[in-house]
Design a protein around this ligand. Sequence first.
Ligand SMILES: *Cc1c(COP(=O)(O)O)cnc(C)c1O
Length: 463
Amino acid sequence: MSRSAHPAGPRHADVLPEGHYSAPPADLNTLDPKVWAQTVDRGDDGVVRVGGVDVKALAEEFGTPAYFLDETDFRARARAWRTAFGQDADVFYAGKAFLSRAVVRWLHEEGLNLDVCSGGELATALSAGMPADRIAFHGNNKSTEEIHRAVEAGVGRIVLDSLQEIVRVAHSAQELGKRQRVQIRVTVGVEAHTHEFIATAHEDQKFGIPLAGGQAAEAVRRALKLDGLELIGIHSHIGSQIFDTSGFEVAAHRVVGLLKDIRDEHGVELPEIDLGGGLGIAYTSADDPREPHEIAKALTEIVTRECEGARLRTPRISVEPGRAIVGPTAFTLYEVGTIKPLDGLRTYVSVDGGMSDNIRTALYDAEYSVALVSRTSDAEPMLARVVGKHCESGDIVVKDAFLPADLAPGDLIAVPATGAYCRSMASNYNHVLRPPVVAVKDGEARVIVRRETEDDLLRLDVG
Ligand SMILES: *Cc1c(COP(=O)(O)O)cnc(C)c1O
Protein backbone atom coordinates (compact mmCIF):
# COMPACT_ATOMS: atom_id res chain seq x y z
CA MET A 1 0.00 0.00 0.00
CA SER A 2 1.46 3.33 -1.00
CA ARG A 3 1.32 6.04 1.59
CA SER A 4 1.31 8.87 -0.93
CA ALA A 5 -1.82 7.44 -2.48
CA HIS A 6 -3.66 8.33 0.74
CA PRO A 7 -2.36 11.72 1.73
CA ALA A 8 -5.46 12.85 3.58
CA GLY A 9 -7.29 11.46 6.55
CA PRO A 10 -6.41 10.73 10.13
CA ARG A 11 -2.87 9.80 11.02
CA HIS A 12 -3.46 6.04 11.13
CA ALA A 13 -6.15 5.52 8.55
CA ASP A 14 -3.77 4.94 5.68
CA VAL A 15 -1.77 2.18 7.34
CA LEU A 16 -4.46 0.20 9.09
CA PRO A 17 -6.54 -2.35 7.20
CA GLU A 18 -10.09 -1.42 6.41
CA GLY A 19 -12.55 -2.14 9.21
CA HIS A 20 -9.76 -2.18 11.76
CA TYR A 21 -10.09 0.15 14.75
CA SER A 22 -8.50 3.34 13.50
CA ALA A 23 -8.15 5.09 16.84
CA PRO A 24 -6.01 3.93 19.73
CA PRO A 25 -7.89 2.57 22.76
CA ALA A 26 -8.75 5.14 25.42
CA ASP A 27 -6.29 3.70 27.92
CA LEU A 28 -3.37 1.55 26.84
CA ASN A 29 -2.97 0.22 30.39
CA THR A 30 -6.39 -1.44 30.39
CA LEU A 31 -6.50 -5.18 29.69
CA ASP A 32 -9.61 -6.26 27.81
CA PRO A 33 -10.89 -9.38 29.66
CA LYS A 34 -12.17 -10.67 26.31
CA VAL A 35 -8.65 -11.30 25.01
CA TRP A 36 -6.77 -12.05 28.23
CA ALA A 37 -6.94 -15.22 30.32
CA GLN A 38 -9.32 -15.22 33.27
CA THR A 39 -6.86 -14.60 36.13
CA VAL A 40 -4.79 -11.94 34.31
CA ASP A 41 -4.88 -8.50 35.93
CA ARG A 42 -2.63 -5.55 36.66
CA GLY A 43 -1.30 -5.24 40.21
CA ASP A 44 -1.19 -1.97 42.19
CA ASP A 45 2.45 -1.59 41.13
CA GLY A 46 1.36 -1.62 37.47
CA VAL A 47 2.86 -5.03 36.73
CA VAL A 48 0.55 -7.53 35.05
CA ARG A 49 -0.08 -10.83 36.86
CA VAL A 50 -1.45 -14.23 35.96
CA GLY A 51 -2.64 -16.62 38.64
CA GLY A 52 -1.37 -14.06 41.14
CA VAL A 53 2.24 -14.16 39.88
CA ASP A 54 3.66 -11.04 38.25
CA VAL A 55 5.29 -11.16 34.85
CA LYS A 56 8.58 -9.67 36.05
CA ALA A 57 9.00 -12.57 38.47
CA LEU A 58 7.96 -15.00 35.71
CA ALA A 59 10.47 -13.52 33.26
CA GLU A 60 13.16 -13.65 35.91
CA GLU A 61 12.52 -17.31 36.70
CA PHE A 62 11.65 -18.73 33.28
CA GLY A 63 13.18 -16.29 30.81
CA THR A 64 11.62 -14.87 27.64
CA PRO A 65 10.10 -15.58 25.25
CA ALA A 66 7.79 -17.95 27.08
CA TYR A 67 4.15 -19.00 26.97
CA PHE A 68 2.28 -18.63 30.27
CA LEU A 69 -0.85 -20.73 30.53
CA ASP A 70 -3.58 -19.95 33.05
CA GLU A 71 -4.54 -23.40 34.35
CA THR A 72 -7.62 -22.09 36.16
CA ASP A 73 -8.90 -20.63 32.90
CA PHE A 74 -8.11 -23.77 30.91
CA ARG A 75 -10.03 -25.97 33.35
CA ALA A 76 -12.93 -23.50 33.47
CA ARG A 77 -13.23 -23.44 29.68
CA ALA A 78 -12.96 -27.21 29.39
CA ARG A 79 -15.66 -27.58 32.05
CA ALA A 80 -17.87 -24.95 30.39
CA TRP A 81 -17.85 -26.91 27.11
CA ARG A 82 -18.43 -30.19 28.94
CA THR A 83 -21.33 -28.76 30.95
CA ALA A 84 -22.86 -26.95 27.99
CA PHE A 85 -23.20 -30.14 25.97
CA GLY A 86 -24.27 -32.30 28.94
CA GLN A 87 -24.42 -36.05 29.24
CA ASP A 88 -25.99 -36.69 25.84
CA ALA A 89 -23.00 -35.39 23.92
CA ASP A 90 -19.22 -35.72 23.87
CA VAL A 91 -16.61 -33.00 23.79
CA PHE A 92 -13.32 -33.95 22.16
CA TYR A 93 -10.51 -31.45 22.73
CA ALA A 94 -8.53 -31.08 19.49
CA GLY A 95 -5.01 -31.90 20.64
CA LYS A 96 -3.35 -30.27 17.65
CA ALA A 97 -4.18 -26.82 19.12
CA PHE A 98 -1.80 -27.54 22.01
CA LEU A 99 -0.97 -30.87 23.58
CA SER A 100 1.18 -31.75 26.56
CA ARG A 101 0.90 -34.37 29.26
CA ALA A 102 -0.29 -31.84 31.85
CA VAL A 103 -3.05 -30.74 29.47
CA VAL A 104 -4.06 -34.37 28.88
CA ARG A 105 -4.42 -34.90 32.63
CA TRP A 106 -6.53 -31.73 33.04
CA LEU A 107 -8.81 -32.85 30.21
CA HIS A 108 -9.15 -36.30 31.75
CA GLU A 109 -10.02 -34.80 35.14
CA GLU A 110 -12.56 -32.40 33.60
CA GLY A 111 -14.34 -35.20 31.75
CA LEU A 112 -13.36 -34.35 28.17
CA ASN A 113 -12.29 -36.68 25.39
CA LEU A 114 -9.34 -36.09 23.09
CA ASP A 115 -8.68 -35.88 19.34
CA VAL A 116 -5.23 -36.87 18.11
CA CYS A 117 -3.97 -36.92 14.54
CA SER A 118 -0.53 -38.51 14.63
CA GLY A 119 1.44 -41.24 16.37
CA GLY A 120 3.20 -38.54 18.41
CA GLU A 121 -0.05 -37.06 19.69
CA LEU A 122 -1.36 -40.55 20.45
CA ALA A 123 1.81 -41.40 22.40
CA THR A 124 1.50 -38.16 24.42
CA ALA A 125 -2.15 -38.87 25.24
CA LEU A 126 -1.55 -42.47 26.30
CA SER A 127 1.57 -41.66 28.31
CA ALA A 128 -0.42 -39.15 30.38
CA GLY A 129 -3.09 -41.73 31.17
CA MET A 130 -5.95 -40.70 28.89
CA PRO A 131 -8.08 -43.85 28.61
CA ALA A 132 -7.79 -45.08 25.01
CA ASP A 133 -11.55 -45.35 24.60
CA ARG A 134 -11.79 -41.58 25.09
CA ILE A 135 -9.40 -40.89 22.21
CA ALA A 136 -10.40 -40.26 18.58
CA PHE A 137 -7.80 -40.72 15.87
CA HIS A 138 -7.91 -38.34 12.88
CA GLY A 139 -5.83 -37.60 9.81
CA ASN A 140 -5.96 -37.76 6.03
CA ASN A 141 -2.87 -39.94 5.70
CA LYS A 142 -2.50 -42.13 8.77
CA SER A 143 0.29 -44.64 8.23
CA THR A 144 -0.48 -48.36 8.53
CA GLU A 145 1.77 -48.35 11.58
CA GLU A 146 -0.19 -45.50 13.20
CA ILE A 147 -3.45 -47.28 12.44
CA HIS A 148 -2.14 -50.51 13.93
CA ARG A 149 -1.02 -48.74 17.11
CA ALA A 150 -4.34 -46.96 17.47
CA VAL A 151 -6.37 -50.15 17.04
CA GLU A 152 -4.06 -52.06 19.37
CA ALA A 153 -4.34 -49.33 22.02
CA GLY A 154 -8.13 -49.55 21.72
CA VAL A 155 -8.95 -45.97 20.72
CA GLY A 156 -12.62 -45.09 20.97
CA ARG A 157 -12.92 -44.18 17.33
CA ILE A 158 -10.90 -43.82 14.18
CA VAL A 159 -12.22 -41.20 11.82
CA LEU A 160 -11.92 -42.68 8.33
CA ASP A 161 -10.74 -40.15 5.80
CA SER A 162 -10.41 -42.08 2.52
CA LEU A 163 -11.60 -45.23 0.78
CA GLN A 164 -8.13 -46.82 1.14
CA GLU A 165 -8.13 -46.25 4.85
CA ILE A 166 -11.36 -48.21 5.34
CA VAL A 167 -9.58 -51.35 4.21
CA ARG A 168 -6.44 -50.58 6.22
CA VAL A 169 -8.30 -50.11 9.48
CA ALA A 170 -10.41 -53.23 8.88
CA HIS A 171 -7.24 -55.18 8.15
CA SER A 172 -5.52 -54.05 11.39
CA ALA A 173 -8.64 -54.83 13.40
CA GLN A 174 -8.89 -58.33 11.95
CA GLU A 175 -5.20 -58.96 12.55
CA LEU A 176 -5.63 -57.95 16.18
CA GLY A 177 -8.89 -59.84 16.56
CA LYS A 178 -10.79 -56.64 17.31
CA ARG A 179 -13.77 -54.69 16.06
CA GLN A 180 -12.83 -51.03 15.66
CA ARG A 181 -15.39 -48.27 16.14
CA VAL A 182 -15.14 -45.82 13.23
CA GLN A 183 -16.74 -42.68 11.87
CA ILE A 184 -16.56 -41.55 8.28
CA ARG A 185 -15.42 -37.99 7.69
CA VAL A 186 -17.38 -36.46 4.86
CA THR A 187 -16.86 -33.15 3.12
CA VAL A 188 -20.21 -31.48 2.82
CA GLY A 189 -19.21 -28.52 0.66
CA VAL A 190 -19.35 -25.96 3.47
CA GLU A 191 -16.41 -23.80 4.41
CA ALA A 192 -16.90 -21.45 7.34
CA HIS A 193 -14.83 -18.64 8.82
CA THR A 194 -15.80 -15.81 11.23
CA HIS A 195 -19.26 -14.60 10.19
CA GLU A 196 -19.27 -16.10 6.72
CA PHE A 197 -19.61 -19.45 5.11
CA ILE A 198 -19.48 -20.74 1.57
CA ALA A 199 -21.69 -23.63 0.53
CA THR A 200 -20.89 -25.39 -2.71
CA ALA A 201 -21.53 -28.85 -4.09
CA HIS A 202 -17.91 -29.83 -3.81
CA GLU A 203 -15.02 -29.04 -1.53
CA ASP A 204 -11.59 -28.58 -3.05
CA GLN A 205 -9.48 -29.95 -0.19
CA LYS A 206 -7.52 -32.96 0.98
CA PHE A 207 -9.67 -33.91 3.97
CA GLY A 208 -12.64 -36.22 4.05
CA ILE A 209 -14.71 -38.11 1.54
CA PRO A 210 -16.97 -36.00 -0.69
CA LEU A 211 -20.67 -36.29 -0.18
CA ALA A 212 -21.00 -35.16 -3.76
CA GLY A 213 -20.96 -37.82 -6.48
CA GLY A 214 -21.93 -40.60 -4.09
CA GLN A 215 -18.40 -41.20 -2.75
CA ALA A 216 -19.46 -40.93 0.90
CA ALA A 217 -22.37 -43.34 0.29
CA GLU A 218 -19.90 -45.79 -1.26
CA ALA A 219 -17.60 -45.45 1.78
CA VAL A 220 -20.54 -46.26 4.05
CA ARG A 221 -21.40 -49.33 1.93
CA ARG A 222 -17.83 -50.63 2.24
CA ALA A 223 -17.47 -49.87 5.95
CA LEU A 224 -20.75 -51.63 6.78
CA LYS A 225 -19.61 -54.73 4.91
CA LEU A 226 -16.31 -55.24 6.77
CA ASP A 227 -16.37 -57.39 9.92
CA GLY A 228 -13.49 -55.54 11.57
CA LEU A 229 -15.38 -52.23 11.61
CA GLU A 230 -18.29 -50.90 13.63
CA LEU A 231 -19.55 -47.79 11.85
CA ILE A 232 -20.90 -45.49 14.58
CA GLY A 233 -21.43 -42.25 12.74
CA ILE A 234 -20.61 -39.47 10.30
CA HIS A 235 -18.12 -36.70 10.92
CA SER A 236 -17.78 -33.26 9.36
CA HIS A 237 -15.55 -30.30 10.16
CA ILE A 238 -16.28 -27.08 8.32
CA GLY A 239 -13.65 -24.47 9.19
CA SER A 240 -11.91 -22.40 11.82
CA GLN A 241 -12.37 -19.23 13.90
CA ILE A 242 -16.16 -19.46 13.32
CA PHE A 243 -18.47 -17.06 15.20
CA ASP A 244 -21.74 -17.92 13.56
CA THR A 245 -23.53 -21.28 13.58
CA SER A 246 -25.28 -20.90 10.21
CA GLY A 247 -22.56 -22.86 8.41
CA PHE A 248 -23.18 -25.75 10.81
CA GLU A 249 -26.85 -25.61 9.83
CA VAL A 250 -26.07 -26.35 6.18
CA ALA A 251 -23.47 -28.96 7.15
CA ALA A 252 -25.88 -30.73 9.55
CA HIS A 253 -28.61 -30.67 6.90
CA ARG A 254 -26.34 -32.44 4.45
CA VAL A 255 -24.97 -34.95 6.98
CA VAL A 256 -28.49 -35.80 8.13
CA GLY A 257 -29.40 -36.25 4.48
CA LEU A 258 -26.71 -38.93 4.30
CA LEU A 259 -27.95 -40.56 7.54
CA LYS A 260 -31.39 -40.75 5.98
CA ASP A 261 -30.00 -42.31 2.79
CA ILE A 262 -28.12 -44.84 4.93
CA ARG A 263 -31.31 -45.79 6.74
CA ASP A 264 -33.22 -46.13 3.48
CA GLU A 265 -30.50 -48.22 1.81
CA HIS A 266 -29.21 -50.34 4.70
CA GLY A 267 -31.96 -50.18 7.32
CA VAL A 268 -29.59 -48.81 9.97
CA GLU A 269 -29.72 -45.55 11.86
CA LEU A 270 -26.16 -44.55 12.76
CA PRO A 271 -26.07 -43.49 16.43
CA GLU A 272 -23.59 -40.59 16.27
CA ILE A 273 -22.88 -37.33 14.46
CA ASP A 274 -19.70 -35.31 14.92
CA LEU A 275 -19.85 -31.63 13.94
CA GLY A 276 -16.11 -31.00 14.29
CA GLY A 277 -14.49 -27.92 15.81
CA GLY A 278 -13.58 -24.48 14.54
CA LEU A 279 -15.31 -22.27 17.09
CA GLY A 280 -13.79 -18.81 17.31
CA ILE A 281 -12.15 -16.78 20.07
CA ALA A 282 -11.30 -13.10 20.60
CA TYR A 283 -7.83 -12.18 19.39
CA THR A 284 -8.61 -8.46 19.53
CA SER A 285 -11.35 -6.40 21.15
CA ALA A 286 -13.17 -6.38 17.81
CA ASP A 287 -13.94 -10.13 18.04
CA ASP A 288 -17.15 -11.31 19.70
CA PRO A 289 -17.19 -15.07 20.24
CA ARG A 290 -20.29 -16.81 21.56
CA GLU A 291 -20.38 -18.68 24.85
CA PRO A 292 -20.19 -22.50 24.86
CA HIS A 293 -23.77 -22.81 26.19
CA GLU A 294 -25.12 -20.71 23.30
CA ILE A 295 -23.22 -22.80 20.77
CA ALA A 296 -24.34 -26.05 22.42
CA LYS A 297 -27.95 -24.91 22.34
CA ALA A 298 -27.76 -23.83 18.71
CA LEU A 299 -26.02 -27.01 17.49
CA THR A 300 -28.31 -29.31 19.46
CA GLU A 301 -31.38 -27.53 18.07
CA ILE A 302 -30.04 -27.73 14.53
CA VAL A 303 -29.38 -31.48 14.70
CA THR A 304 -32.67 -32.23 16.46
CA ARG A 305 -34.68 -30.22 13.92
CA GLU A 306 -32.93 -31.79 10.93
CA CYS A 307 -33.44 -35.30 12.33
CA GLU A 308 -37.09 -34.68 13.09
CA GLY A 309 -37.50 -33.49 9.51
CA ALA A 310 -35.93 -36.73 8.26
CA ARG A 311 -37.82 -38.90 10.81
CA LEU A 312 -34.58 -40.11 12.35
CA ARG A 313 -33.79 -40.64 16.01
CA THR A 314 -31.53 -37.77 17.08
CA PRO A 315 -27.99 -39.16 17.18
CA ARG A 316 -25.50 -38.50 19.95
CA ILE A 317 -23.61 -35.31 19.09
CA SER A 318 -19.90 -34.74 19.45
CA VAL A 319 -17.92 -31.56 18.97
CA GLU A 320 -14.18 -30.93 18.80
CA PRO A 321 -13.17 -27.50 20.07
CA GLY A 322 -9.43 -26.88 20.22
CA ARG A 323 -8.80 -23.15 19.90
CA ALA A 324 -11.93 -22.26 21.89
CA ILE A 325 -10.60 -24.09 24.93
CA VAL A 326 -6.86 -23.41 24.97
CA GLY A 327 -6.51 -20.28 22.79
CA PRO A 328 -7.52 -17.61 25.29
CA THR A 329 -5.75 -19.28 28.24
CA ALA A 330 -2.16 -18.33 27.36
CA PHE A 331 -0.09 -15.30 26.46
CA THR A 332 3.43 -15.04 25.09
CA LEU A 333 5.80 -12.89 27.12
CA TYR A 334 8.59 -11.15 25.18
CA GLU A 335 11.34 -8.72 26.06
CA VAL A 336 11.55 -5.63 23.89
CA GLY A 337 14.82 -5.34 21.98
CA THR A 338 15.47 -2.81 19.26
CA ILE A 339 12.93 -0.08 18.46
CA LYS A 340 12.91 1.60 15.05
CA PRO A 341 10.57 4.53 14.37
CA LEU A 342 9.87 4.95 10.66
CA ASP A 343 8.74 8.54 10.26
CA GLY A 344 5.10 8.89 9.30
CA LEU A 345 4.60 5.13 9.05
CA ARG A 346 4.94 3.18 12.24
CA THR A 347 7.45 2.00 14.80
CA TYR A 348 9.01 -1.44 14.49
CA VAL A 349 9.37 -3.09 17.88
CA SER A 350 11.60 -6.18 17.84
CA VAL A 351 11.14 -8.94 20.38
CA ASP A 352 13.28 -11.92 21.36
CA GLY A 353 11.04 -14.47 19.57
CA GLY A 354 8.91 -14.18 16.44
CA MET A 355 7.60 -16.43 13.69
CA SER A 356 9.27 -19.44 15.37
CA ASP A 357 6.88 -19.14 18.35
CA ASN A 358 3.90 -17.64 16.49
CA ILE A 359 3.61 -18.46 12.79
CA ARG A 360 -0.08 -17.56 12.58
CA THR A 361 0.45 -13.92 11.61
CA ALA A 362 2.74 -14.87 8.71
CA LEU A 363 0.71 -17.93 7.73
CA TYR A 364 -2.88 -16.70 8.05
CA ASP A 365 -2.56 -12.93 8.32
CA ALA A 366 -3.88 -13.41 11.85
CA GLU A 367 -4.52 -10.41 14.07
CA TYR A 368 -3.30 -10.17 17.63
CA SER A 369 -3.29 -7.68 20.47
CA VAL A 370 -0.29 -6.64 22.54
CA ALA A 371 0.30 -4.76 25.79
CA LEU A 372 3.14 -3.37 27.84
CA VAL A 373 2.98 -5.57 30.94
CA SER A 374 6.05 -4.80 33.09
CA ARG A 375 4.78 -1.31 34.00
CA THR A 376 2.07 1.20 33.21
CA SER A 377 2.66 4.22 31.02
CA ASP A 378 0.98 7.57 30.52
CA ALA A 379 2.82 8.22 27.26
CA GLU A 380 1.01 8.87 23.98
CA PRO A 381 0.00 5.83 21.95
CA MET A 382 2.26 5.00 19.02
CA LEU A 383 1.35 2.81 16.09
CA ALA A 384 3.63 -0.20 16.34
CA ARG A 385 4.40 -3.39 14.51
CA VAL A 386 5.79 -6.13 16.71
CA VAL A 387 8.34 -8.19 14.81
CA GLY A 388 10.62 -11.08 15.65
CA LYS A 389 14.34 -11.71 15.35
CA HIS A 390 14.27 -14.00 12.32
CA CYS A 391 15.92 -13.45 8.94
CA GLU A 392 12.64 -12.92 7.15
CA SER A 393 10.74 -9.70 6.54
CA GLY A 394 7.40 -11.52 7.02
CA ASP A 395 8.47 -12.31 10.59
CA ILE A 396 5.64 -10.31 12.16
CA VAL A 397 3.95 -11.15 15.46
CA VAL A 398 1.44 -8.29 15.67
CA LYS A 399 0.83 -6.39 12.48
CA ASP A 400 -0.84 -3.26 13.84
CA ALA A 401 -1.09 -2.33 17.48
CA PHE A 402 -0.78 0.65 19.73
CA LEU A 403 1.95 0.69 22.36
CA PRO A 404 3.01 3.60 24.56
CA ALA A 405 5.53 5.93 22.89
CA ASP A 406 7.95 5.64 25.82
CA LEU A 407 8.42 1.91 25.20
CA ALA A 408 12.06 1.04 25.78
CA PRO A 409 14.40 -1.90 25.33
CA GLY A 410 14.09 -4.21 28.32
CA ASP A 411 10.35 -3.60 28.76
CA LEU A 412 8.19 -6.73 28.79
CA ILE A 413 5.30 -6.94 26.36
CA ALA A 414 2.78 -9.75 26.09
CA VAL A 415 0.63 -11.05 23.25
CA PRO A 416 -2.61 -12.61 24.53
CA ALA A 417 -4.63 -15.50 23.06
CA THR A 418 -1.58 -17.50 21.98
CA GLY A 419 -2.62 -20.78 23.62
CA ALA A 420 -3.70 -22.41 20.36
CA TYR A 421 -1.58 -23.14 17.28
CA CYS A 422 1.47 -21.24 18.55
CA ARG A 423 3.61 -23.66 20.60
CA SER A 424 2.11 -26.55 18.62
CA MET A 425 3.28 -24.94 15.35
CA ALA A 426 6.57 -23.62 16.72
CA SER A 427 9.74 -24.19 14.71
CA ASN A 428 13.50 -24.00 15.08
CA TYR A 429 13.96 -21.52 12.24
CA ASN A 430 17.37 -19.83 12.54
CA HIS A 431 18.12 -22.45 15.20
CA VAL A 432 16.08 -20.43 17.64
CA LEU A 433 15.16 -22.50 20.70
CA ARG A 434 11.47 -23.18 21.15
CA PRO A 435 10.07 -21.43 24.26
CA PRO A 436 8.74 -23.23 27.32
CA VAL A 437 5.11 -23.48 28.35
CA VAL A 438 4.63 -22.54 31.99
CA ALA A 439 1.36 -23.27 33.77
CA VAL A 440 0.36 -20.77 36.43
CA LYS A 441 -2.28 -21.39 39.08
CA ASP A 442 -3.00 -19.98 42.56
CA GLY A 443 0.31 -18.19 42.95
CA GLU A 444 2.41 -21.03 41.62
CA ALA A 445 4.15 -21.45 38.27
CA ARG A 446 5.54 -24.67 36.89
CA VAL A 447 7.08 -25.63 33.59
CA ILE A 448 4.93 -28.14 31.67
CA VAL A 449 7.01 -28.07 28.46
CA ARG A 450 10.59 -26.98 29.05
CA ARG A 451 12.56 -24.56 26.91
CA GLU A 452 14.69 -26.16 24.23
CA THR A 453 18.43 -25.95 24.74
CA GLU A 454 21.34 -25.83 22.34
CA ASP A 455 22.12 -29.35 23.56
CA ASP A 456 18.70 -30.42 22.23
CA LEU A 457 19.60 -28.98 18.83
CA LEU A 458 23.02 -30.57 18.74
CA ARG A 459 21.68 -33.94 19.87
CA LEU A 460 19.57 -34.17 16.71
CA ASP A 461 22.44 -33.03 14.51
CA VAL A 462 24.59 -36.13 14.49
CA GLY A 463 27.44 -34.59 12.51
C1 LIG B 1 -8.53 -28.62 13.54
C2 LIG B 1 -9.65 -29.49 13.85
C3 LIG B 1 -10.42 -29.27 14.99
C4 LIG B 1 -10.18 -28.13 15.94
O1 LIG B 1 -10.29 -26.89 15.36
P1 LIG B 1 -10.34 -25.58 16.27
O2 LIG B 1 -10.41 -24.48 15.30
O3 LIG B 1 -9.08 -25.57 17.07
O4 LIG B 1 -11.53 -25.70 17.16
C5 LIG B 1 -11.44 -30.15 15.26
N1 LIG B 1 -11.69 -31.20 14.44
C6 LIG B 1 -10.96 -31.45 13.35
C7 LIG B 1 -11.28 -32.62 12.51
C8 LIG B 1 -9.93 -30.61 13.01
O5 LIG B 1 -9.22 -30.84 11.90
